[in-house]
Ligand binder design. Structure first.
Ligand code: FAD
Ligand code: NAD
Ligand code: SF4
Ligand code: FES
Length: 836
């Protein structure tokens, strides 16, 4: 019997090449006798996941894509550890290092890239490596057992992922970056600065604008010498300064090579029967370095080889997501606006969120997200589809689009997901289409974990998770099982589990919680540290010592940092009611300290803007007024109207009630800021129905309203109930606020919390008088432990020192340290006004 199958040889057992074979086997399982040569001694594995292996989030076994049985089952001849060294295109034969040779009818080159190693003296020393394959990953794991100081050269995606992994392995890690800000190929400056601060909080050190001149040491690396003459001690040096397509074999074999092996839209090279795919290929001038475009190339090549008509590969728009736990960064499309394009950006440095959209001719062409990336997948789908977003720019920027709202998390609206073609790729990292996911759901997968298991969708960078969840909800309906999420990438524990464990085990510090609950990142991140700090303070008001370094700048300095680095000072003016004496004092302070601007806030207080950090204690001392907490996650204002005291419509004393409530709750910390208002009649001049707790006078008593918000997401309050007496108002307000303090997630305002837990539930709990009294007592106990932070600082010389002006020399960074305006450790150190 004659063998009619053609001979197909694949050189390179990596992600792009084997993916092409997988496709081909689906399309034409019997068309070829397939032989694969791989230089590495391993079956095909997910290179992307090496970062997770290094960071301890996955094992080597878990990242194997196709084990040896797969090759056997598909009758593929596999030669591992056999690099092809020569191609004879005349005789159509390839020759391997170990002496094996093979004939081909069709030949695919998928040789990937090599890590670029800087050609500097000492680069060949022991302890200097790239980060490209299993061998490199093992070398780093090995080095961390015996060495302590690691230097990662290159602050791109790979360098930062390597640095995070090395930190997890217990090393002291410094990233050396040539540019003035990190990941400049994916991010703009504001996002990059936020990223750097976050990584510094995780323990990573940075040397920016540094050019490495030599690796120091005898046989083994001992340090780095920089062009400016400075040095850094290091016994492991990881070079992550980019990659170079692996084209040596192609060059030797007569293929046209520029940066990569030049291919046409059908992945054909200049030689008959020879194709190139993956990072080694250069298509329309571009050699890609991410998996999604390589898989697209592979799909085209597989169709070609199977004889299936195919339009050809037209290039890809790319997106990236940094795989570092506790840091959410997404970049897709064009992030620097080209001529004629507009950029819209939104930054909330207090919450650590940055968003930028780049729009050209009403089309979204790029996006950068930091801190909140759940909309990345749907924005990227819009970038790829090229649909018009005219009139929707603001909604998209603020995350209020129908897409984001309907799925509750940016997964895309049901209509969008429904109209998505079956062959559209949802998970770029694993080449999983919508059709594959729907098929898995039809086959009984009804949770994200099961879909991940069946299709690998969302198993790598996780960027597609919102889309996969959206499809799950759409196609599995009520059968969809949603699994709880960890509060951040550092843990799999939910908020409720953490609070329960803190209570059960009596955990008393942030570090203790992280240790006992096995955080996968020793330092935590800007999401978990402040939230743990809050939960511990809420649960143990008497014993817990607030961790200043887990707080944002504003809360550490008890003032709002402004754009220019100065601060704003808002003293407490109870119920918005002041006096000539108080006003005179404020005016004198403003004059004495040259305060550039005095402004009324929306909450009926006076804001002294432009105060220098070193003047803050002096200003507070001279004001001799309590802090208005205009900067923190705490009680802000109680707005009042004049009520019955002066207004002819007023039926009750709104000012008196406002002052009473503000005195009752001042200094109250909360999951998020809390605002109250009291109106003296239903005309509601104090706008109590857009406050967290609003009180409106009506005939015979007071109406109590909860869960309002007038910020980005405007929400009118729900009516909690009606009470007759002033004491009842205070009791219900106390009970509501304490129940919120005990049950909301850190950073969750009352508006979403009321929606989440339901008004009926809150009413049921608070309708029990005993419960109300108990809640009120717990809040009182907590508030009794608090002191005014301004007074405390003013009277304690040690605390005052934190505000002293440092000579410039001490603010300039030295090697191994990072410069920054804020010289104390903390969660942000950014400059941004927070609305009072
Ligand atoms: C740590 C890390 C994390 C990454 N994370 C991401 C991510 O999150 N998202 C993303 O999209 N991309 C990521 N990438 C990039 C991604 O892994 C690559 O784009 C992808 O692996 C390239 O696939 P490829 O098949 O072209 O090359 P490779 O996967 O490198 O495969 C090429 C194979 O060919 C072999 N070979 C070379 N020459 C020969 C020869 N002459 N004979 C035989 N075999 C040969 C090589 O040994 C190698 O095994 C990451 C890369 C690394 C290193
Ligand atoms: N999450 C992800 O998507 C992911 C993760 C890891 C790797 N990758 C891919 O792997 C490939 C390699 O990643 P990479 O980060 O090495 O490549 P890169 O080219 O994206 O970044 C290299 C970085 O090194 C810097 N650099 C260059 N020369 C330097 C020098 N002499 N000193 C200090 N810094 C220097 C550059 O400014 C650049 O920011 C890329 O294609 C990348 O997309 C992707
Ligand atoms: S809410 Fe009623 S009482 Fe208060 S100022 Fe307005 S009209 Fe007067
Ligand atoms: S896109 Fe990265 S895991 Fe799906």
């Amino acid at each position: 019997m004659t063998n009619k199958r053609k001979k197909l040889v694949l050189v390179g057992n990596g992600m792009a090449g084997v993916r092409t074979i997988e496709h081909l086997l689906k399309l034409a399982p019997d068309m070829y006798d397939i032989t694969i040569f791989g230089a590495e001694p391993h079956p095909n594995y997910n290179r992307i996941m090496l970062s997770s292996v290094l960071a301890g989030g996955a094992s080597m076994e878990e990242i194997v894509i196709n084990d040896l049985d797969w090759y056997r089952d598909n009758r593929i001849t596999l030669h591992l550890g056999q690099a092809i060294t020569r191609i004879d295109s005349e005789t159509r034969r390839v020759y391997a290092e170990g002496g094996i040779e093979e004939e081909y009818d069709e030949l695919i080159l998928a040789t990937g890239s090599n890590a670029f190693i800087l050609p500097i003296p000492g680069a060949d020393k022991e302890g200097v490596i790239g980060f490209r394959d299993i061998k490199d990953c093992q070398a780093m794991q090995e080095a961390s057992r015996t060495h302590k100081k690691a230097a990662v050269i290159g602050g791109g995606l790979l360098g930062l992922e390597a640095a995070r992994g090395l930190l997890n392995l217990g090393m002291d890690v410094t990233v050396i970056h040539i540019n003035e800000y990190l990941m400049e190929r994916q991010l703009d400056r504001p996002a990059s600065i936020m990223l750097q601060k976050e990584l510094e909080n995780q323990g990573m050190k940075f040397l920016l604008k540094k050019q490495t001149e030599a690796v120091l040491g005898k046989q083994r690396a001992k340090g780095l010498l920089f062009k400016d003459g400075s040095m850094l001690e290091a016994d492991l040096v990881v070079m992550a300064v980019g990659i170079r397509p692996n084209v040596a074999l192609a060059q030797r074999s007569g293929l046209v090579v520029e940066r990569g092996i030049v291919v046409d839209d059908h992945m054909r090279t200049n030689l008959p029967g020879v194709y190139a795919v993956g990072e080694c290929a250069q298509h329309r001038g571009i050699a890609y370095g991410l998996v999604a475009p390589l898989y697209e190339q592979g799909a085209v090549l597989a169709k070609n080889l199977a004889g299936v008509p195919v339009e050809g590969y037209a290039g890809s728009v790319t997106s990236t997501k940094l795989k570092v736990s506790g840091v959410d960064v997404f970049s897709g499309g064009v992030f620097v606006e080209p001529e004629g394009a507009r950029a819209l950006s939104y930054q909330d440095e207090i919450e650590g969120v940055y968003k930028k959209l780049v729009v050209l001719n009403d089309r979204l062409i790029g996006a950068v997200l930091f801190g909140e990336t759940s909309e990345g997948a749907s924005l990227f789908a819009m970038i790829k589809s090229g649909e018009s977003i005219a009139g929707r720019e603001k909604e998209l920027l603020l995350g209020l689009s129908a897409d984001a709202l309907s799925s509750g998390g940016g997964g895309g609206s049901a209509a969008r997901l429904e109209s998505m073609p079956a062959d559209e790729i949802v998970c770029g990292c694993n080449g999983v289409s919508k059709g594959d996911i729907v098929q898995a759901i039809d086959g009984g997968c009804n949770s994200l974990g099961q879909i991940k298991g069946c299709t690998k969708a969302s198993a790598s960078c996780g960027g597609c998770k919102p889309l996969v969840e959206g499809l799950l909800q759409l196609y599995a309906g009520d059968a969809a099982v949603t699994v709880k999420e960890g509060i951040c990438g550092c843990t799999t524990h939910s908020r409720d589990e953490i609070v329960a464990e803190i209570k059960r085990m009596g955990l008393k510090t942030v570090k203790e919680v992280m240790n006992v609950l096995e955080w996968n990142n020793d330092e935590g991140c800007s999401k978990c540290r402040p939230s743990l700090n809050y939960y511990l303070g809420m649960l143990w008001p008497a014993e817990y010592k607030d961790e200043k370094e887990s707080r944002f700048t504003n809360e550490r300095y008890h003032a709002n940092i402004q754009k220019d680095g100065t601060y704003s000072v808002i003293p407490r003016i109870y119920g918005g009611v002041t006096s000539p004496t108080e006003l005179k004092r404020i005016a004198e302070v403003a004059e004495k300290f040259d305060v550039p601007l005095v402004k009324f806030t929306g909450g009926q207080r006076l804001d002294l803007l432009g105060v220098k950090k070193e003047d803050l204690p002096g200003v507070w001392e001279a004001l001799d007024m309590p802090s208005g907490h205009g900067y923190g996650k705490s009680l802000r204002t109680v707005k009042t109207c004049v009520g019955s005291t002066f207004c002819r419509f007023g039926t009750q004393d709104a000012m008196g009630m406002g002052v009473r409530l503000e005195k009752a709750f001042e200094r109250m910390s909360a999951p998020a800021k809390v605002k109250l208002a009291v109106s003296g009649c239903p005309r509601n001049c104090a706008e109590a129905t857009v406050k967290d707790f609003g009180v409106v006078a009506v005939d015979g008593g007071w109406e109590l309203h909860v869960g309002g918000n007038a910020g980005i997401h405007v929400r009118a309050t729900d009516l909690l109930g009606f009470v007759k007496t002033d004491d009842e108002v205070e009791q219900w307000a106390s009970a509501f606020l304490q129940y919120y303090r005990e049950n909301a997630t850190w950073n969750e305002r009352t508006a979403p919390w009321v929606e989440r837990v339901g008004l009926e539930h809150i009413k049921e709990v608070l309708s029990d008088e005993e419960e109300r009294k108990a809640l009120q007592a717990r809040l009182r106990d907590t508030l009794d432990q608090t002191v005014d932070p301004w007074k405390e600082i003013v009277s304690e010389p040690e605390l005052r020192k934190n505000f002293e002006h440092l000579p410039v020399a001490q603010l300039v960074s030295t090697p191994g340290e990072q410069s920054g305006q804020d010289n104390s450790a903390g969660m942000d150190g950014q400059k941004k006004e927070e609305s009072a």
